[in-house]
Design a protein around this ligand. Structure first.
Ligand SMILES: Cc1cc2nc3c(=O)[nH]c(=O)nc-3n(C[C@H](O)[C@H](O)[C@H](O)COP(=O)(O)O)c2cc1C
Length: 330
Protein backbone atom coordinates (compact mmCIF):
# COMPACT_ATOMS: atom_id res chain seq x y z
CA UNK A 1 0.00 0.00 0.00
CA UNK A 2 1.28 3.48 -0.89
CA UNK A 3 2.09 5.70 2.14
CA UNK A 4 -0.63 8.26 2.81
CA UNK A 5 1.53 11.31 2.07
CA UNK A 6 2.44 9.94 -1.35
CA UNK A 7 -1.24 9.14 -2.01
CA UNK A 8 -2.27 12.69 -1.12
CA UNK A 9 0.51 14.37 -3.10
CA UNK A 10 0.33 11.77 -5.88
CA UNK A 11 4.09 11.64 -6.03
CA UNK A 12 6.88 9.05 -5.70
CA UNK A 13 9.28 10.34 -3.08
CA UNK A 14 8.37 12.00 0.24
CA UNK A 15 10.78 14.87 -0.38
CA UNK A 16 9.38 18.39 -0.74
CA UNK A 17 11.33 21.48 -1.71
CA UNK A 18 11.03 24.46 0.61
CA UNK A 19 9.48 27.44 -1.20
CA UNK A 20 12.37 29.85 -0.68
CA UNK A 21 11.26 33.27 -1.88
CA UNK A 22 13.84 34.81 -4.17
CA UNK A 23 15.91 31.61 -4.31
CA UNK A 24 13.43 29.20 -5.88
CA UNK A 25 11.88 29.61 -9.30
CA UNK A 26 10.20 27.33 -11.83
CA UNK A 27 13.47 25.53 -12.75
CA UNK A 28 14.18 24.36 -9.20
CA UNK A 29 10.58 23.35 -8.51
CA UNK A 30 10.31 21.46 -11.81
CA UNK A 31 13.60 19.67 -11.11
CA UNK A 32 12.26 18.44 -7.76
CA UNK A 33 9.01 17.27 -9.34
CA UNK A 34 10.77 15.59 -12.25
CA UNK A 35 13.03 13.76 -9.75
CA UNK A 36 9.94 12.26 -8.11
CA UNK A 37 9.59 14.76 -5.24
CA UNK A 38 6.99 17.46 -4.69
CA UNK A 39 7.95 21.05 -5.44
CA UNK A 40 6.51 24.09 -3.72
CA UNK A 41 6.79 27.37 -5.57
CA UNK A 42 6.89 30.72 -3.74
CA UNK A 43 4.57 33.13 -5.56
CA UNK A 44 3.40 35.18 -2.59
CA UNK A 45 5.98 37.92 -3.16
CA UNK A 46 5.15 38.65 -6.82
CA UNK A 47 2.32 40.90 -8.08
CA UNK A 48 -1.02 39.08 -8.06
CA UNK A 49 -1.46 39.59 -11.83
CA UNK A 50 1.77 37.63 -12.52
CA UNK A 51 0.83 34.52 -10.52
CA UNK A 52 -1.06 32.81 -13.36
CA UNK A 53 1.83 33.30 -15.82
CA UNK A 54 4.33 31.80 -13.34
CA UNK A 55 2.11 28.76 -12.91
CA UNK A 56 1.99 28.38 -16.72
CA UNK A 57 5.78 28.74 -16.89
CA UNK A 58 6.21 25.96 -14.36
CA UNK A 59 3.78 23.73 -16.23
CA UNK A 60 5.96 24.08 -19.33
CA UNK A 61 8.78 22.46 -17.35
CA UNK A 62 6.92 19.65 -15.60
CA UNK A 63 3.66 17.80 -15.92
CA UNK A 64 3.89 16.60 -12.31
CA UNK A 65 2.06 17.92 -9.25
CA UNK A 66 3.32 20.92 -7.32
CA UNK A 67 2.00 23.40 -4.77
CA UNK A 68 2.00 27.19 -4.58
CA UNK A 69 2.84 28.76 -1.23
CA UNK A 70 0.83 31.72 0.04
CA UNK A 71 1.80 33.95 2.95
CA UNK A 72 -0.97 34.60 5.49
CA UNK A 73 0.55 37.87 6.69
CA UNK A 74 0.10 39.54 3.29
CA UNK A 75 -3.09 39.75 1.19
CA UNK A 76 -3.41 36.26 -0.30
CA UNK A 77 -7.06 36.02 -1.36
CA UNK A 78 -6.63 36.91 -5.05
CA UNK A 79 -3.59 34.64 -5.39
CA UNK A 80 -5.62 31.80 -3.90
CA UNK A 81 -8.42 32.37 -6.41
CA UNK A 82 -5.85 32.26 -9.25
CA UNK A 83 -4.54 28.92 -7.90
CA UNK A 84 -8.10 27.58 -7.80
CA UNK A 85 -8.90 28.85 -11.31
CA UNK A 86 -5.66 27.39 -12.64
CA UNK A 87 -6.40 24.04 -10.98
CA UNK A 88 -2.98 23.72 -9.33
CA UNK A 89 -2.57 20.54 -7.30
CA UNK A 90 -1.87 22.11 -3.92
CA UNK A 91 -1.45 25.25 -1.89
CA UNK A 92 0.86 25.56 1.03
CA UNK A 93 -0.16 28.15 3.63
CA UNK A 94 2.39 29.67 5.98
CA UNK A 95 2.92 32.33 8.63
CA UNK A 96 -0.01 31.39 10.82
CA UNK A 97 -2.93 29.03 10.50
CA UNK A 98 -5.97 30.66 8.83
CA UNK A 99 -8.97 28.30 8.95
CA UNK A 100 -10.85 30.38 6.40
CA UNK A 101 -8.01 30.13 3.86
CA UNK A 102 -7.87 26.37 4.39
CA UNK A 103 -11.64 26.08 3.93
CA UNK A 104 -11.62 28.18 0.74
CA UNK A 105 -8.74 26.17 -0.78
CA UNK A 106 -10.47 22.88 0.05
CA UNK A 107 -13.76 24.12 -1.42
CA UNK A 108 -11.78 25.03 -4.55
CA UNK A 109 -10.55 21.45 -4.84
CA UNK A 110 -6.93 21.98 -3.77
CA UNK A 111 -4.75 19.85 -1.52
CA UNK A 112 -3.82 22.00 1.50
CA UNK A 113 -0.45 21.88 3.23
CA UNK A 114 -0.49 23.94 6.44
CA UNK A 115 2.75 25.10 8.08
CA UNK A 116 2.81 25.08 11.89
CA UNK A 117 5.26 25.65 14.73
CA UNK A 118 3.57 23.61 17.46
CA UNK A 119 1.05 20.81 18.03
CA UNK A 120 -1.83 23.10 18.94
CA UNK A 121 -1.59 24.90 15.59
CA UNK A 122 -1.50 21.51 13.89
CA UNK A 123 -4.81 20.58 15.58
CA UNK A 124 -6.41 23.85 14.43
CA UNK A 125 -5.22 23.24 10.84
CA UNK A 126 -6.45 19.64 10.92
CA UNK A 127 -9.88 20.71 12.23
CA UNK A 128 -10.10 23.29 9.42
CA UNK A 129 -9.56 20.55 6.83
CA UNK A 130 -5.83 20.63 5.99
CA UNK A 131 -4.51 17.52 4.22
CA UNK A 132 -0.85 17.71 5.25
CA UNK A 133 0.89 19.41 8.17
CA UNK A 134 4.31 20.96 7.60
CA UNK A 135 6.05 21.26 10.98
CA UNK A 136 8.87 23.79 10.85
CA UNK A 137 11.52 23.54 13.55
CA UNK A 138 13.53 26.44 14.92
CA UNK A 139 16.72 25.26 13.15
CA UNK A 140 15.18 26.26 9.83
CA UNK A 141 16.60 28.90 7.55
CA UNK A 142 14.64 31.92 6.36
CA UNK A 143 11.57 33.11 8.24
CA UNK A 144 10.90 30.88 11.21
CA UNK A 145 7.38 30.78 12.59
CA UNK A 146 7.78 28.73 15.78
CA UNK A 147 10.34 28.36 18.54
CA UNK A 148 10.44 24.59 18.99
CA UNK A 149 13.31 22.51 17.58
CA UNK A 150 12.62 19.89 14.93
CA UNK A 151 13.61 17.05 17.29
CA UNK A 152 10.92 17.98 19.82
CA UNK A 153 8.35 19.32 17.35
CA UNK A 154 7.90 16.39 14.97
CA UNK A 155 6.81 13.71 17.46
CA UNK A 156 4.54 16.21 19.26
CA UNK A 157 2.80 17.13 15.99
CA UNK A 158 2.67 13.53 14.76
CA UNK A 159 0.93 12.53 18.01
CA UNK A 160 -1.50 15.43 17.83
CA UNK A 161 -3.04 14.88 14.40
CA UNK A 162 -4.13 11.99 12.24
CA UNK A 163 -2.58 13.52 9.12
CA UNK A 164 0.73 13.08 7.30
CA UNK A 165 3.36 15.34 8.83
CA UNK A 166 6.24 16.79 6.81
CA UNK A 167 9.32 17.79 8.82
CA UNK A 168 11.16 21.04 8.04
CA UNK A 169 14.25 22.58 9.63
CA UNK A 170 17.81 21.29 9.76
CA UNK A 171 17.29 18.36 7.39
CA UNK A 172 20.13 18.43 4.87
CA UNK A 173 20.97 14.79 4.15
CA UNK A 174 19.71 11.22 4.27
CA UNK A 175 20.53 10.88 7.97
CA UNK A 176 18.32 13.85 8.76
CA UNK A 177 15.52 12.44 6.63
CA UNK A 178 15.77 9.02 8.31
CA UNK A 179 15.72 10.68 11.74
CA UNK A 180 12.64 12.75 10.84
CA UNK A 181 10.82 9.63 9.66
CA UNK A 182 11.73 7.85 12.91
CA UNK A 183 10.28 10.81 14.84
CA UNK A 184 6.94 10.30 13.11
CA UNK A 185 7.17 12.40 9.96
CA UNK A 186 5.98 11.01 6.65
CA UNK A 187 8.20 13.26 4.56
CA UNK A 188 10.74 16.06 4.64
CA UNK A 189 10.89 19.66 3.42
CA UNK A 190 14.37 20.72 2.36
CA UNK A 191 15.51 24.34 2.22
CA UNK A 192 19.13 25.30 2.86
CA UNK A 193 20.58 22.21 1.16
CA UNK A 194 18.88 23.14 -2.11
CA UNK A 195 20.56 26.56 -2.11
CA UNK A 196 23.70 24.68 -3.17
CA UNK A 197 22.29 23.80 -6.58
CA UNK A 198 22.73 25.47 -9.95
CA UNK A 199 18.95 25.86 -10.09
CA UNK A 200 18.77 28.11 -6.98
CA UNK A 201 18.59 31.72 -8.13
CA UNK A 202 21.02 33.19 -5.61
CA UNK A 203 24.14 35.33 -5.81
CA UNK A 204 27.45 33.45 -6.03
CA UNK A 205 28.78 35.18 -2.90
CA UNK A 206 25.76 33.95 -0.93
CA UNK A 207 26.17 30.39 -2.27
CA UNK A 208 29.88 30.42 -1.48
CA UNK A 209 29.17 31.49 2.14
CA UNK A 210 26.62 28.70 2.49
CA UNK A 211 29.24 26.18 1.34
CA UNK A 212 31.69 27.38 3.98
CA UNK A 213 29.43 27.95 6.99
CA UNK A 214 29.30 25.73 10.06
CA UNK A 215 26.27 24.87 12.19
CA UNK A 216 27.33 27.63 14.60
CA UNK A 217 27.43 30.33 11.94
CA UNK A 218 23.71 31.13 11.81
CA UNK A 219 21.66 33.42 13.97
CA UNK A 220 17.95 33.58 14.84
CA UNK A 221 16.64 37.12 15.31
CA UNK A 222 13.22 38.61 15.86
CA UNK A 223 13.71 41.92 14.12
CA UNK A 224 17.06 42.14 12.39
CA UNK A 225 16.06 42.05 8.68
CA UNK A 226 12.66 43.61 9.13
CA UNK A 227 12.53 46.18 6.29
CA UNK A 228 9.65 45.08 3.98
CA UNK A 229 8.53 42.40 6.45
CA UNK A 230 8.46 43.57 10.07
CA UNK A 231 7.81 41.40 13.12
CA UNK A 232 8.81 38.18 11.39
CA UNK A 233 11.57 36.16 13.13
CA UNK A 234 14.20 34.66 10.85
CA UNK A 235 17.47 32.74 10.69
CA UNK A 236 20.43 33.92 8.60
CA UNK A 237 24.18 33.54 8.36
CA UNK A 238 26.05 35.77 10.79
CA UNK A 239 27.61 38.61 8.77
CA UNK A 240 28.95 42.14 9.14
CA UNK A 241 25.43 43.58 9.55
CA UNK A 242 24.45 41.17 12.33
CA UNK A 243 27.82 41.47 14.07
CA UNK A 244 27.71 45.30 14.12
CA UNK A 245 24.11 45.14 15.37
CA UNK A 246 25.06 42.67 18.14
CA UNK A 247 28.04 44.83 19.17
CA UNK A 248 25.64 47.79 19.49
CA UNK A 249 23.52 45.70 21.93
CA UNK A 250 20.98 44.40 19.38
CA UNK A 251 18.91 47.61 19.39
CA UNK A 252 15.31 47.73 18.16
CA UNK A 253 14.36 49.00 14.68
CA UNK A 254 14.84 52.75 14.52
CA UNK A 255 18.00 52.58 16.64
CA UNK A 256 20.15 50.14 14.69
CA UNK A 257 23.58 51.09 13.28
CA UNK A 258 23.52 52.45 9.72
CA UNK A 259 19.78 52.19 9.20
CA UNK A 260 18.50 53.33 5.79
CA UNK A 261 21.98 52.87 4.31
CA UNK A 262 21.82 51.65 0.71
CA UNK A 263 24.11 48.66 0.40
CA UNK A 264 23.39 47.52 -3.14
CA UNK A 265 20.91 47.18 -5.96
CA UNK A 266 18.57 44.34 -6.78
CA UNK A 267 18.25 42.69 -10.19
CA UNK A 268 15.81 45.43 -11.29
CA UNK A 269 18.27 48.14 -10.27
CA UNK A 270 16.23 49.12 -7.19
CA UNK A 271 18.20 49.98 -4.04
CA UNK A 272 18.69 47.34 -1.34
CA UNK A 273 18.68 48.79 2.15
CA UNK A 274 20.64 47.51 5.14
CA UNK A 275 18.26 45.41 7.31
CA UNK A 276 16.03 44.70 4.29
CA UNK A 277 14.40 41.28 4.03
CA UNK A 278 15.92 40.37 0.68
CA UNK A 279 17.44 37.30 -1.00
CA UNK A 280 20.49 38.32 -3.10
CA UNK A 281 20.00 37.25 -6.71
CA UNK A 282 22.66 36.43 -9.32
CA UNK A 283 22.36 39.99 -10.72
CA UNK A 284 22.39 41.77 -7.35
CA UNK A 285 25.24 44.25 -7.02
CA UNK A 286 26.81 45.88 -3.99
CA UNK A 287 27.76 44.59 -0.56
CA UNK A 288 26.14 41.15 -0.81
CA UNK A 289 27.91 39.89 2.32
CA UNK A 290 25.98 42.46 4.41
CA UNK A 291 22.54 41.39 3.10
CA UNK A 292 20.12 38.90 4.65
CA UNK A 293 21.76 35.56 3.85
CA UNK A 294 19.02 33.16 4.97
CA UNK A 295 20.33 29.83 6.23
CA UNK A 296 19.38 26.99 8.54
CA UNK A 297 21.63 25.27 11.07
CA UNK A 298 21.87 22.26 8.76
CA UNK A 299 24.18 24.40 6.60
CA UNK A 300 27.24 22.55 7.95
CA UNK A 301 26.18 19.55 5.83
CA UNK A 302 26.03 21.59 2.65
CA UNK A 303 29.46 21.29 1.08
CA UNK A 304 28.99 20.78 -2.63
CA UNK A 305 26.95 22.30 -5.44
CA UNK A 306 24.89 19.52 -7.02
CA UNK A 307 21.99 19.46 -9.48
CA UNK A 308 18.64 19.34 -7.69
CA UNK A 309 17.81 15.92 -9.14
CA UNK A 310 21.03 14.48 -7.62
CA UNK A 311 20.29 16.05 -4.23
CA UNK A 312 16.81 14.51 -4.16
CA UNK A 313 18.17 11.12 -5.27
CA UNK A 314 21.00 11.19 -2.74
CA UNK A 315 18.85 12.15 0.24
CA UNK A 316 16.27 9.50 -0.65
CA UNK A 317 18.85 6.75 -1.20
CA UNK A 318 20.84 7.57 1.96
CA UNK A 319 17.72 7.79 4.13
CA UNK A 320 16.69 4.34 2.96
CA UNK A 321 20.19 3.03 3.69
CA UNK A 322 20.12 4.51 7.22
CA UNK A 323 16.71 3.04 7.97
CA UNK A 324 17.71 -0.41 6.70
CA UNK A 325 21.03 -0.39 8.57
CA UNK A 326 19.45 0.54 11.90
CA UNK A 327 22.06 1.02 14.58
CA UNK A 328 24.84 -1.03 16.09
CA UNK A 329 25.01 1.22 19.15
CA UNK A 330 22.09 -0.25 21.11
C1 LIG B 1 16.42 31.47 1.34
C2 LIG B 1 15.20 31.01 2.08
C3 LIG B 1 13.96 31.59 1.76
C4 LIG B 1 12.79 31.11 2.38
N1 LIG B 1 11.58 31.63 1.99
C5 LIG B 1 10.44 31.04 2.45
C6 LIG B 1 9.16 31.38 1.92
O1 LIG B 1 9.04 32.24 1.05
N2 LIG B 1 8.07 30.74 2.40
C7 LIG B 1 8.17 29.76 3.36
O2 LIG B 1 7.16 29.18 3.72
N3 LIG B 1 9.36 29.45 3.89
C8 LIG B 1 10.49 30.03 3.44
N4 LIG B 1 11.69 29.64 3.95
C9 LIG B 1 11.72 28.61 5.00
C10 LIG B 1 11.63 27.23 4.35
O3 LIG B 1 10.33 27.02 3.83
C11 LIG B 1 11.92 26.08 5.30
O4 LIG B 1 11.05 26.09 6.40
C12 LIG B 1 13.34 26.01 5.77
O5 LIG B 1 14.24 26.31 4.74
C13 LIG B 1 13.63 24.62 6.29
O6 LIG B 1 14.82 24.56 6.99
P1 LIG B 1 16.25 24.27 6.33
O7 LIG B 1 16.63 25.53 5.65
O8 LIG B 1 17.08 23.95 7.50
O9 LIG B 1 16.10 23.12 5.37
C14 LIG B 1 12.88 30.09 3.36
C15 LIG B 1 14.12 29.56 3.70
C16 LIG B 1 15.28 29.99 3.07
C17 LIG B 1 16.60 29.35 3.44
Amino acid sequence: MKPRLLEVLETEKPILSAPMAGAVGPELVAAVCNAGGYGVVPLWEIPEEDVGAKIDELRELTDRNFAVILNMSFPYEKQLETCINKGVHGVSLFWGVEPKAIARAKAGGLVVLASVGNANEARIAADAGADVIVAQGWEAGGHVWGQVSTMALIPAVADAVDLPVVAAGGISDGRGMAAALMLGASGVWIGTRLLASPEATIHKEYRSRILQASEADTQWAHDLYDVDWPDAPHRTLINSTSRTWAEAGSPAPGERPNEKEMIGQDSAGEPVERYQSYTPQPQTVGNVEAMSLWSGQGVSLVREVMPVSDIVEEIHRDAKKCLRAGTSVL
